[in-house]
Design a protein around this ligand. Structure first.
Ligand SMILES: NC(=O)c1ccc[n+]([C@@H]2O[C@H](COP(=O)([O-])OP(=O)(O)OC[C@H]3O[C@@H](n4cnc5c(N)ncnc54)[C@H](OP(=O)(O)O)[C@@H]3O)[C@@H](O)[C@H]2O)c1
Length: 314
C-alpha cells in the first residue's frame, strides 16, 4: 500500500477541524484509494498551542516541510496573504499538492498562481476558502465549463449576515456585534468582516472561476455595515459579479431584497450563493459558511478530489 505523507501549515480553528474530520474518514478514504495517509509535519508559530500528542510533528522552519521530497500534500490553514502565499508558491514549486482554506492568499495570489498553472493541473485546491462547507468552489469550476455563468450573487460573510439579522429584530449595531463576538462569530477586531474585506476576497475567487479572469480583490468596491441604517428583514450584504458588455462588474453592497429573492430568507451565520447560468437557470447553494468541522470537511473533499485525479494520473 502506497503511503501518502502530508504536512499542515496552521492548526487553529480550521486546521484542527480538518485533522479531526480526516481522522473520522481516514479508514474509509484509505480503503477507497488503497493508500495510507500519514501526518509528517506541522508548522505553526507557537508549538505550545498544539495538542501535546502532536507537538513532536512540529517543524520550527517551514522549509523543513516545504522542501521535503517525501511530503506530497500541504494543508494550508494560516491567516492572511503573507507569508501564506509565499509558502503556497514554494510548495507548488516543489511539486506538492496544496489544499488551502486561506481566501486572502488565494484571492491576492490568483494571477501568479494561475500563471504557474496550478489551477489547470489542479494541484492547488481551495474549497474551504469560500462558503465554508457549502461546496460551491468545485461545483462552480465544473459549471463554468459545462454552462455559461451569467451572474453570481452571494451572502458570503456569516458575521455580517448574523449582525443584520439581529438588527432587523431590533438590536443596535453594537448590541448585535457584541452578541456575535460573545458567540464566537466575530473576531475581537471585526474590521475584515464588517467592512467587507473578507467578502471581496471570496467574491474575487468566485468571479475568477466563473468568468475565467483574474480580478484583484482590492479593485472590488465594498460596503461596510458599521453605519447602515434602516435594516429590514431582507437587508443583506450582497456580493454580486456579473459579466456585461463592459466586462466583469463585481461589488459588495448592502441591499434590501424583495421578499421573493432566493437569498432574502438566508439568516444568521448561514452563507448562500445564487448562480445564474444560461442553460440550467438559477441554482442556490446554502449552508454553514464557517466553523471548524464545516471547513475541515471541505478540505477533506479537496483531498478526495486530489486522490481521484492522482489515481487516474498514475
Ligand atoms: N475560521 C473559519 O471558520 C474559516 C472558514 C473558512 C476559511 N478560513 C480561513 O482559514 C485560515 C485559518 O483560519 P482559522 O480560523 O483556523 O485561524 P486561527 O484559528 O487563527 O488559526 C490559525 C493557525 O495558523 C497559524 N499561523 C498563523 N500565522 C502563521 C504564520 N505566519 N506562520 C505559521 N503559522 C501561522 C496559527 O498558529 P500560531 O499563532 O501558533 O502561529 C494557528 O495555528 C484563514 O486563512 C481563514 O481566513 C477560516
Amino acid at each position: 500500500m502506497k503511503t501518502i505523507k502530508y504536512g499542515m501549515l496552521g492548526f487553529g480553528t480550521v486546521g484542527s477541524g480538518f485533522y479531526a474530520c480526516l481522522l473520522e474518514r481516514k479508514d474509509m478514504i484509505e480503503k477507497r484509494f488503497g493508500v495510507s495517509l500519514e501526518l509528517s509535519a506541522i508548522h505553526v508559530r507557537r508549538v505550545e498551542a498544539l495538542p501535546t500528542h502532536l507537538q513532536s510533528y512540529h517543524v520550527g522552519q517551514v522549509d523543513e516541510m516545504l522542501e521535503r521530497e517525501d511530503i506530497a500534500i500541504i494543508f494550508e490553514c494560516i491567516n492572511g496573504v503573507e507569508p501564506a502565499l509565499t509558502y503556497v508558491k514554494k510548495a507548488l514549486a516543489h511539486g506538492k499538492c496544496v489544499i488551502s482554506a486561506n481566501k486572502a492568499a488565494i484571492a491576492h495570489g490568483w494571477e501568479e498562481l494561475s500563471q504557474a498553472i496550478a489551477f489547470e493541473k489542479e494541484l492547488l485546491r481551495f474549497e474551504a476558502s469560500v462558503g465554508g462547507g457549502i461546496q460551491v468552489v468545485e461545483t462552480l469550476k465544473r459549471l463554468s465549463v459545462a454552462d455559461e455563468i451569467i451572474e453570481i450573487q452571494g451572502i458570503l460573510n456569516g458575521t455580517t449576515n448574523y449582525i443584520l439579522t439581529k438588527m432587523s429584530g431590533g438590536k443596535s449595531y453594537s448590541e448585535a456585534l457584541d452578541d456575535a463576538q460573545r458567540l464566537g462569530y466575530a473576531e475581537a477586531d471585526p474590521y475584515a468582516d464588517v467592512a467587507g474585506v473578507d467578502a471581496v476576497n471570496k467574491l474575487a475567487i468566485l468571479s475568477n472561476i466563473a468568468f475565467n479572469t483574474h480580478i484583484r480583490p482590492d479593485t472590488i468596491p465594498r460596503a461596510s455595515i458599521e453605519s447602515v441604517a434602516d435594516v429590514h428583514a431582507f437587508t443583506k450584504v450582497i456580493a454580486t459579479s456579473v459579466r456585461d458588455e463592459r466586462g466583469i462588474c463585481a461589488s459588495i453592497a448592502v441591499k434590501t431584497l424583495d421578499h421573493s429573492h432566493p437569498l432574502a430568507r438566508i439568516e444568521g451565520v448561514t452563507n448562500a450563493v445564487l448562480i445564474k447560468t444560461k442553460n440550467i437557470g438559477d441554482l442556490v447553494f446554502s449552508g454553514p459558511g464557517a466553523g471548524s468541522l464545516a471547513t475541515g470537511t471541505s478540505m477533506v473533499m479537496d483531498l478526495y478530489h486530489w486522490l481521484e485525479s492522482h489515481k487516474k494520473g498514475e
